[in-house]
Ligand binder design. Structure first.
Ligand code: FAD
Length: 467
C-alpha cells in the first residue's frame, strides 16, 4: 500500500516551483505534500521594503500553488516551536527544505534537524539559490578565496552547473488539518497587511512579483540589454541592467536558471561581465559563510580605529537625498521612492557617506537593509565593506569617488538627476551637476553639505591617522 503520510515542504527564499530541489524531491516521492512558510520572529520586528517584497512574493506563490490544487500555509513565530507542532498534527513522514546560508538560519536549521529527526522523521535539505555551495570553492591550500578575480577564475574552471529542474507534475496535496498549530496565520491577513503597508502605497507601481514575472524580466533583459550590458550598466538613466536582484533574493528565479539562459542566448563582453556580476553574488555569500557577523565587524581590524563622526543631521540629510550633490540625492530619493538604486549609485552614495561625511559604513548598511527591496545580507554587507575599504577584497579607502565627476561621467545630460530631483528639473545641463555654481540658485535645493575637497582631505587624514 502506498504511504499517504504527507511530506512537509518548508519554503524559505525559494519561492518558485521550477528548479526547486526540495519541491521536486517531495512531489516525485508521490506522497501528498503540505507547503508552508514561517514569518520568523527575527524577520517580523521591523517592516522593511524587503519584508514587503517577500510578503507580496508569498501571495504570488500561494496563487501558483492554488493553480496546482493546493495552497501555501503561513505561520508566524519561532520555527523551532512551530515545526514540531506541524509535524505532530499532520502526521508527516518527512520534512524537506532548501538550505539557507546565513548564520542565524543555519543555526536554527541545525537545531531543527536534530529535534525533528528525534521525532522519527526524515529531514532532507537541498542546495538553494547559489551556483556553488558556499563552502565548496577553495584555493590550492584549501582556504577560502580572498580576492574575487581568483575566486571567479577557479569557479569558471571547475564549475559544473547542474541542469535546471522542470516544474514537477502530478501534485498531490495533503488534506491534513494544520490550522490549529501554534502561529497559524490566515493568508488573507498577509494580503491585508501588504495592502496597508506604507511600502506598498509607495512601491507597488515599480514592481511585479512571482516566478513568471521573473522569467519575463530575464527574457526581456536578454533580448534588449545583455549585448550592451558591459557598456551601459553604469548609466542609471539607461536602465541597462537585468533588475533581477529582488527576484533572485527571494528565489523567484534561481541563479542556475539565469546562468543557463544567459549562456545559451548570449556571448561576448556583455555576457561575461553579467556572469561575473552573478559571480560577485556568489562570492559575497562565500564571504558571509566565513564571516557570519559581516554586517557588524570590519574584516580589516585597522578600521576599528577610524574616527567616525557621530551619526547626526548629516546622516539624515544623506538618507533624505538633501546633500546638495544632485547625483547622490537622485540615488537616495530613488531608493526611498522605489526600493531600488542602480549599482553605480549604490557605490557613489555609499562612498560619499563613508568618506565625505566620515560616517560609519554600518549606518549606511542598515539604511540600505531597511529600504532596498533586494536587500541581501551577503551582498549588502560585502559591498558596504568593499566601498569602505574595510573588507577582505576592497576598493582602497584612499581612492575617493568624486561625486561631481561621477555625475558628469555617468549621467552626462542629467536625465536621471532631473527625474528624481524635481527642484533641478529646469537647471541647464551646464550646471546640473553643480547647481551651486549657477547664477541663479535653484529654489529649495540645498547647498553642498560639505565641499568635495574638504570632505576628501578630511577622509584621507582620518585614514592616515589609523593606518
Ligand atoms: P545586474 O547588474 O543586472 O546584475 C545581475 C545580478 O548580479 C544582480 O541581480 C545581483 O544578484 C548580482 N550582482 C550585481 N552586482 C553585484 C554586486 N556588486 N555584488 C553582489 N552581487 C551583484 N545587491 C543585492 O542583491 N542586494 C543588496 O542588498 C545589495 N546591496 C548593495 C550595497 C552596496 C553599497 C553596493 C555598492 C551594491 C549592493 N548590491 C546589492 C549589488 C548591486 O548593486 C545590485 O545587485 C544590483 O544593482 C541589482 O541590480 P540588477 O539586478 O539590475 O543587477
Amino acid at each position: 500500500m502506498s504511504d499517504t503520510r504527507p511530506i512537509l515542504i518548508w519554503f524559505r527564499h525559494d519561492f518558485r516551483l521550477r528548479d526547486n530541489a526540495a519541491v521536486t524531491a517531495a512531489i516525485q516521492s508521490r506522497n501528498p505534500v503540505i507547503c508552508f512558510y514561517i514569518q520568523e520572529s527575527a524577520d517580523a520586528k521591523t517592516e522593511s521594503a524587503a519584508d514587503w517584497w517577500v510578503a507580496e512574493s508569498l501571495l504570488a506563490l500561494n496563487r501558483q500553488l492554488k493553480e496546482k490544487g493546493g495552497q501555501l500555509h503561513l505561520f508566524e513565530g519561532d520555527a523551532e516551536k512551530i515545526i514540531p507542532e506541524i509535524v505532530q498534527q499532520s502526521h508527516a513522514c518527512k520534512l524537506f527544505w532548501n538550505r539557507r546560508y546565513d548564520f542565524k538560519g543555519k543555526e536554527t536549521d541545525q537545531i531543527l534537524k536534530k529535534s525533528i529527526r528525534a521525532m522519527g522523521l526524515e529531514v532532507q535539505s537541498f542546495p538553494n539559490n547559489l551556483l556553488n555551495e558556499p563552502w565548496t570553492v577553495k584555493n590550492d591550500k584549501g582556504q577560502p578565496f580572498r580576492i574575487f578575480s581568483a575566486y571567479w577564475r577557479a569557479v569558471q574552471r571547475y564549475m559544473n552547473i547542474q541542469a535546471v529542474l522542470p516544474c514537477p507534475e502530478n501534485w498531490v496535496f495533503s488534506t491534513r488539518e494544520i490550522r490549529h498549530c501554534l502561529g497559524y496565520k490566515d493568508i488573507a491577513i498577509l494580503a491585508k497587511e501588504t495592502q496597508d503597508s506604507s511600502w506598498k502605497i509607495k512601491l507597488k507601481q515599480s514592481h511585479r512579483f512571482g516566478e513568471n514575472e521573473a522569467h519575463k524580466q530575464l527574457k526581456s533583459f536578454i533580448e534588449n540589454d545583455l549585448a550592451h550590458y558591459a557598456k551601459e550598466r553604469d548609466f542609471p538613466a539607461k536602465d541597462g541592467t537585468s533588475l533581477l536582484s529582488a527576484f533572485l533574493r527571494s528565489g523567484q528565479i534561481s541563479s542556475k536558471q539565469i546562468w543557463h539562459e544567459v549562456t545559451k542566448n548570449g556571448s561576448g563582453e556583455g555576457t561575461s561581465k553579467f556572469l561575473a556580476e552573478l559571480g560577485w553574488r556568489e562570492f559575497a555569500w562565500s564571504v558571509l559563510w566565513e564571516h557570519p557577523d559581516l554586517n557588524q565587524h570590519n574584516l580589516r581590524p585597522e578600521f576599528d580605529k577610524m574616527p567616525w563622526k557621530k551619526a547626526s543631521d548629516n546622516l539624515q540629510r544623506w538618507k533624505e537625498g538633501q546633500t546638495g550633490y544632485p547625483f547622490i540625492d537622485a540615488g537616495m530619493r530613488a531608493l526611498w521612492q522605489t526600493g531600488f538604486m542602480p549599482n553605480r549609485l549604490r557605490m557613489v552614495t555609499a562612498s560619499f557617506l563613508v568618506k565625505h561625511l566620515l560616517i560609519d559604513w554600518r549606518e549606511g548598511e542598515k539604511w540600505f537593509a531597511q529600504t532596498l527591496v533586494d536587500y541581501d545580507p551577503a551582498c549588502n554587507a560585502t559591498n558596504w565593506q568593499w566601498v569602505a575599504g574595510s573588507g577582505i577584497e576592497s576598493a582602497p579607502y584612499f581612492r575617493i569617488m568624486n561625486p561631481i565627476l561621477q555625475s558628469q561621467k555617468f549621467d552626462p545630460d542629467g536625465q536621471y538627476i532631473r527625474e528624481w530631483v524635481k527642484e533641478l528639473a529646469d537647471v541647464s545641463t551646464a550646471f546640473i551637476h553643480t547647481p551651486w555654481k549657477a547664477d541663479k540658485q535653484p529654489a529649495n535645493y540645498p547647498l553642498p553639505i560639505i565641499a568635495h575637497e574638504e570632505g576628501r582631505d578630511r577622509a584621507l587624514r582620518a585614514w592616515k591617522e589609523t593606518h
